[in-house]
Design a binder for this molecule. Sequence first.
Ligand code: 5GP
Length: 190
Amino acid sequence: MKLLEDRILSEGKVLPGGVLKIDGFLNHRLDVELLDSLGKDVAAHFSNQKPDLVLTVEASGIAFAVMVAKYFGCRVLVAKKHRSVNIADDVYTAKAFSFTHKRENTLVVSKEYLQAGMKVLVVDDFLASGSATVALLSILEQAGATPVGIGIAVEKSFQGGREKLESMGLDVYSLARIADMDETGVKFVR
Ligand code: 5GP
């Protein structure tokens, strides 16, 4: 999506360790108009799927997920990140390795909000190794819910997440796909 690619080129900074910083519009300071356009585009791609729910991870996926859900008229379920092991019975959990913080988190979702048979679109701001998304898919499997696809704002295509998800038979739709990046700039998949 040209709009997002242009914004990455004009405002993005590549940090050491393969991290792209675009929090000035995506997840720290929020450009609501831009996020709305991103949500609309993802919803158009998955329009035939008619999900019952959008599932994301706190905190950085929330704004983007809200905009996607707005176009489906459905709710957003936000998996919470916990570091403790004191987890109650009434939740689904899955472990995810945090790419940015370099530690393992347990993702937690209340059983009350995720029922068997629900069609769920999984959404996140970034796709890197796929660890966060795979954990969300595990939660859906535990609940007996069905993933209808994966919607991503920025995919770093050189970090393996897409291959992992496609090998599970999922439709991965990313608005910007980065082929390569370093301190001198960002190259998109063409
Ligand atoms: P994965 O689990 O696919 O390895 O990484 C995805 C998660 O890590 C996303 O939820 C996102 O919050 C974070 N992440 C991965 N790469 C980046 C990045 O380059 N920049 C930022 N800001 N977050 C990232």
